[in-house]
Design a protein around this ligand. Structure first.
Ligand SMILES: Nc1ncnc2c1ncn2[C@@H]1O[C@H](COP(=O)(O)OP(=O)(O)OP(=O)(O)O)[C@@H](O)[C@H]1O
Length: 381
């Protein structure tokens, strides 16, 4: 069922963990809440689950006040990062637990519970494991039991808090695909908390980017990755890096190059930040093209060359991701110089007119012009 969160606020002493949060989750949607440690993700989940109460704000499910309901009556299934299975109970007893502790009147009969447990274990591909104890399971299997237990009560909202956080990369990858499939077949409205960008972008229908208790951006993985709406989202999601740049007399200056900007009546003295993504820093063939850089290091990961570069005029090194083909073609060794080109830059501007951003497509590689600029987009406050 659709969930509508309005103006949710939670404060611990002086610290604001959730700051006026607004979010609508559509029926059956799989939404990832993505943010760094301390951004408020778990605080949000705990409130939805009924484990905590907000200082202000409302949560409605199809018009019903969710916050007024006792946790056990909310129809919410919950899975945490650290296996919250009961170690002294078998897998079957763990899965049945949520049904056994239901309020009287909602509690099914023993035979119905047994049948439901069997069905759920099949669903999470663990039939045959009913009599085992949690200690006799792998980490991935335990999380699937935790999920079966959360699903037992037939929740209308599933809350997953870093459910794969403690697992190794391969198991994690498999479980992501498996969970996505499970969601497709069950269609339960799901909120999935993670601080892992790839996990959020790979799995979710929509991603909510959180920072310091506030939502920075909500969008599809594609929108968020291609058009990060704030400097934070750009750095955190697209792993963008900041170049020195400034705007003067309708001209943007970046590392010794300058381009005229379309202004559309925008204040030409706005302070700007210029961002570049690792995949947009590409090697070029000729000495007189692009920007001069020195190769600091290279790592070969998953068919790509991850290089660190020192670009003249910048204090911090830049990370770039090249294809192995590019890497072999340019044959540069650590310590040597190579010229690079920034294919696309994102300009964020802030001033009296609010927050704005524009994309600059710089092409072809050897020219400082022409460039395609903008359009400027006004960002939501
Ligand atoms: N019970 C509490 N008492 C005091 N401060 C708290 C409490 N719970 C959370 N906080 C603070 O609120 C902020 C948000 O915490 P929260 O656990 O929601 O973050 P998170 O995004 O889930 O982080 P992580 O990814 O590390 O789990 C943090 O600064 C945290 O220290």
């Amino acid at each position: 069922m659709a969930i509508e969160i309005s103006r949710l606020r939670r404060q611990f002493g002086q610290h604001v963990a959730l700051d006026d949060l607004n979010l609508t989750i559509a029926e059956g949607e799989f939404v990832a809440v993505l943010g760094p440690s301390g951004s408020g993700k778990t605080s949000l989940l705990r409130i939805l689950a009924g484990l905590d109460h907000p200082d202000a704000g409302t949560v409605e499910r199809e018009g019903e006040d969710l916050l007024a309901l006792d946790a056990r009556r909310r129809g919410v299934g919950l899975v945490f990062q650290h296996y919250a299975l009961f170690p002294h109970m078998t897998v079957a007893q763990n899965v049945a637990f949520g049904l056994r502790v239901r309020p009287w009147g909602l509690r099914p009969r023993a035979a119905a519970i047994k049948a439901r447990v069997q069905e759920l274990l099949k669903r999470v591909e663990l039939d045959g494991f009913a009599g085992r104890y949690p200690a006799q399971l792998s980490g991935g299997q335990r999380q699937r039991v935790a999920l079966a237990r959360a699903l037992a009560i037939e929740p209308t909202l599933l809350l997953l808090d870093e459910p794969f956080g403690a697992l190794d990369a391969q198991v994690r990858g498999n479980l992501r695909r498996w969970l996505r499939e499970l969601h497709r077949s069950l269609g339960i409205t799901t909120l999935f908390v993670t601080h892992d960008q790839d996990e959020a972008l790979e799995m979710a229908d929509r991603v909510v980017v959180m920072n310091r208790g506030r939502i920075e951006q909500i969008g599809t993985p594609e929108q968020i990755h291609r058009y990060p709406a704030t400097p934070f989202a750009s750095r955190f999601i697209a792993r963008s890096q900041v170049l020195s740049g400034y705007l003067e007399d309708k001209v943007i200056h970046v590392l010794g190059r300058s381009w005229p900007l379309e202004h559309d009546g925008i204040d030409p003295t706005l302070a700007i930040a210029v961002h570049v993504r690792p995949e947009d820093i590409v090697p070029v063939c000729h000495q007189d093209e692009g920007w001069s850089a020195r190769l600091l290091s290279v790592r070969h990961v998953a068919g790509t060359a991850r290089v660190a570069l020192h670009v003249s005029g910048l204090d911090e090194p830049l990370d770039a991701v090249w294809t192995e083909r590019d890497w072999l073609r340019h044959g540069v060794a650590v310590g040597e110089r190579i010229n690079v080109h920034f294919q696309t830059l994102t300009v964020f501007a802030e001033g009296g007119e609010g927050r704005l951003h524009a994309r600059i497509d710089v092409h072809p590689p050897h020219a400082t012009s022409p460039v395609t600029v903008g359009p400027w987009r006004r960002l939501e406050a």
